[in-house]
Write a protein that binds this ligand. Structure first.
Ligand code: GCU
Length: 680
């Protein structure tokens, strides 16, 4: 069972359908793939292993095309056969690739070409995906390249191997055995990432320990960087802003102090001596108790620029997080990041990118897009999604996040009129930004199956695919993932894909329907807690966010309330200002609405809320029914594991429903409509 779960979507199951098996074997009989560099070597090994497993075949190696069914793979530097494809090579940039059917010496060939070695690696993984998903190898004319430059995982991993908000075991990084021992998992981790185009990773928590910048830890990080390098993955570190004081013996970490600037410059020089292709720093500053430039009376730009200047000579970048809020600021928490960062637009140095969470509160089951997207035209702004399911049932609930990611990416900011989607902000199109990125807070740990829930692997997968190209459809991504991870059997893929596609909305229904948010249990963030209050920290209480009273429920963020809507461009603002035009899914995010308010369904708000909570639970039961029909279509172990997890999800959906309905009923004072089972 360990094997089944461990191999992720790189299972390379044997192709059992005879016609396809023969067709594939005929297509890859001969191989021209000179592989001198470490990256080309790992690409070739991956290909040979996969073909061996899927087709029981080792293609004969050759230097010229002498038979039908030849695979030609490489770059213009490694092969003149590739150099001929000028048109494709001119179209793709550094990391792109093409796969096409060609004729050489009158023989039928498949050519996988790229300008760089890492482009070849991506091409090989995508060729293998074609085989894994049982696609046709005729009429191949694929040209593909990433739309976003930095496709990066953020591990919230501590040096003691605990993982903040991690639900899949402990950290993968065995710091105590580094740099001497390279765990096999580092390589499999890199393979999985490269297969979906992830090209960077931050290995330590944003709540950073200054020790990670000591020489000992830099040497350890260098060993990881070396393991990842052949797979095109750059290593980044989270830094603690006060490190010059904590490990440098300085009296201050003021970014305008010459001694502090020198300390960071020397530190950057040192890191690059060990890790010549080091990516740069990720910084959480002046947020949730972390030190930062404001500690010394400076602003975010001054802090970020000081670090950026230290990295600049080496080509490194700073990812400066905009996740800031402060209980001392007597204003709606949803407004604080925009208020602090928008005025700094244009003040950041060119190697700084501001990292913004998808929504303005905190990775809730549903949030409207963050108003900073589109609002800083003179600053590169990157996306931060959370793959780990902090607010979405940890690794117990089946929730496909492809839908959540896509909803934000497809949201229209109207920054330059209609069609100014968040995707176009972060891929740099909208304001011609040269620096682009998308980060995902990783859900990966030491569990045998990496992510805790077998279906949580799909969220890692979907993140990578969308970071490569945010225009892709979550449906296609789920389809590919299911085929590679489980089976190509349509009787499995179709119903289970539908279940995945619906799962996020189902979760929103039983947790936070109609725009409710931040009503989870305190600290752990697991299970319901709409009643939660905390003395002295209104910004951490649930009551603050839902504002339920006898008149109604919801947070008024129109001009009649906190006026957070004013942070959006006029088209969005006007839509959200008005209760009638606010999309139902965000109703209570933006408005305090009367319990009697007539919803489009004909129900009043209270009845609609009850309906949503109940339908959420019913839908989980339907997921269970769908899944039970899958018995025998996949291995028993994974079938049974998902079945058991769905049973827990059903109980917990009921827990959410009952708690929330009974709690809010206390304010609505209205009965639960007839026909619904009694909550207890
Ligand atoms: C959330 C999360 C914290 C995390 C923080 C962040 O608040 O609960 O654990 O540190 O986000 O993104 O910095």
């Amino acid at each position: 069972w360990a094997e089944d779960n461990y191999r992720l979507w790189l299972r390379y199951e044997r192709v059992t359908e005879p016609a396809l098996y023969n067709n594939y074997r005929q297509s890859v009989k001969q191989l021209i793939f000179p592989a001198g560099s470490p990256t080309l070597k790992v690409a070739k090994t991956e290909l040979q292993n996969a073909l061996g497993q899927m087709l029981s075949l080792q293609p004969a190696e050759a230097n010229t095309v002498t038979a039908n069914g030849t695979l030609v793979i490489g770059t213009p530097q490694t092969s003149t056969l590739i150099a001929q494809h000028r048109q494709e090579l001119n179209t793709i940039r550094r990391e792109g690739y093409f796969i096409k059917n060609t004729q050489q010496n009158g023989k039928v060939t498949i050519t996988i070409g790229a300008n760089t070695d890492v482009g070849v690696l991506y091409g090989v993984f995508n060729f293998l995906k074609l085989l894994q998903t049982h696609s046709s190898l005729n009429h191949l004319a694929l040209i593909d390249q990433p739309k976003i430059q930095c496709r990066i995982l953020n591990h919230w991993d501590n040096l003691d191997r605990t993982v903040e908000r991690g639900y899949a075991g402990s950290s993968l990084w065995k710091w105590h055995k580094l740099p001497g021992y390279i765990d096999r998992r580092y390589i499999d981790y890199a393979r999985a990432n490269a297969s979906i185009g992830i090209n960077a990773t931050v290995v330590n928590n944003v709540n950073a320990n200054a020790l990670s910048l000591t020489t000992d830890y830099i040497t350890k990080a260098a060993a990881l960087a070396k393991a990842f390098r052949p797979y095109g993955i750059k290593l980044f570190l989270s830094i603690r802003f006060s490190a010059p004081v904590e490990i440098g013996g300085l009296k201050t970490a003021d970014p305008l102090d010459a001694g502090v600037q020198k300390w960071w410059k020397d530190k950057a020089d040192e890191i690059y001596r060990y890790i010549p292709d080091f990516g740069g720093f990720l910084v959480k500053a002046n947020s949730e108790g972390q030190p930062g430039p404001q500690t010394y009376g400076r602003n975010h730009a001054e802090g970020a620029n000081m670090l950026a200047d230290a990295l600049k000579p080496h080509g490194g970048i700073v990812m400066w997080r905009a996740f800031v809020y402060d209980d001392k600021v007597p204003d709606d928490r949803a407004k604080q990041a925009y208020n602090e960062f928008k005025p700094l637009d244009g003040q950041f140095h060119s190697n700084v990118i501001v990292q913004v969470k998808n929504g303005a509160i905190d990775f809730q089951p549903r949030e409207p897009f963050h108003p900073l997207f589109g609002a800083m035209p003179k600053t590169p702004v990157m996306m931060e999604f959370q793959i780990t399911q902090e607010y979405l049932g940890f690794s117990t609930h089946l929730v496909y996040l492809g839908q959540l990611f896509k909803e934000t990416l497809a949201s229209d900011t109207y920054a330059h009129g209609k069609g100014s989607t968040v995707a176009k902000v972060i891929d740099g199109q909208l304001d011609h930004q040269p620096l682009t990125g998308m980060a995902g807070v990783a859900n990966i740990g030491s569990d045998v199956n990496w992510c805790g829930h077998p279906f949580a692997q799909a969220n890692w997968y979907a993140f990578g695919r969308l970071a490569w190209n945010p225009e892709q459809s979550p449906n296609t991504i789920a389809d590919d993932w299911l085929r590679m991870t489980f089976t190509n059997d349509a009787a499995f893929v179709n119903p289970v894909k539908q279940m995945m596609m619906d799962s996020r909305e189902i979760t929103v229904n039983y947790m936070t329907p109609l725009g409710l948010h931040h009503i989870m249990g305190r600290d752990a963030h697991y299970g319901p807690g709409p009643w939660v209050a905390q003395a002295g920290r209104p910004d951490w209480t649930a009551v603050y966010y839902h504002k339920a009273d006898s008149a109604g429920v919801g947070f008024e963020r129109s001009s009649r309330g906190s006026n957070a809507v004013a942070q959006y461009f006029p088209e969005v603002r006007n839509q959200l200002e008005n209760v009638q035009t606010t999309p139902e899914k965000f109703l209570l995010w933006f408005h305090h609405v009367s319990w009697n308010y007539a919803m489009p369904s004909g129900r009043n708000l209270w009845q609609e809320m009850v309906h949503r909570y109940y339908s959420g639970v019913d839908s989980v039961r339907n997921m269970q029914k769908t899944w039970s029909l899958m018995q025998g279509k996949i291995d028993n172990e994974r079938f049974a594991e998902v079945k058991d997890l769905l049973a827990i999800q059903e109980q917990e959906a009921e827990w959410w429903r009952n708690s929330c309905v009974l709690y809010f009923q206390h304010f609505s004072k209205m009965p639960i409509p007839a026909g619904y089972e009694k909550p207890d």
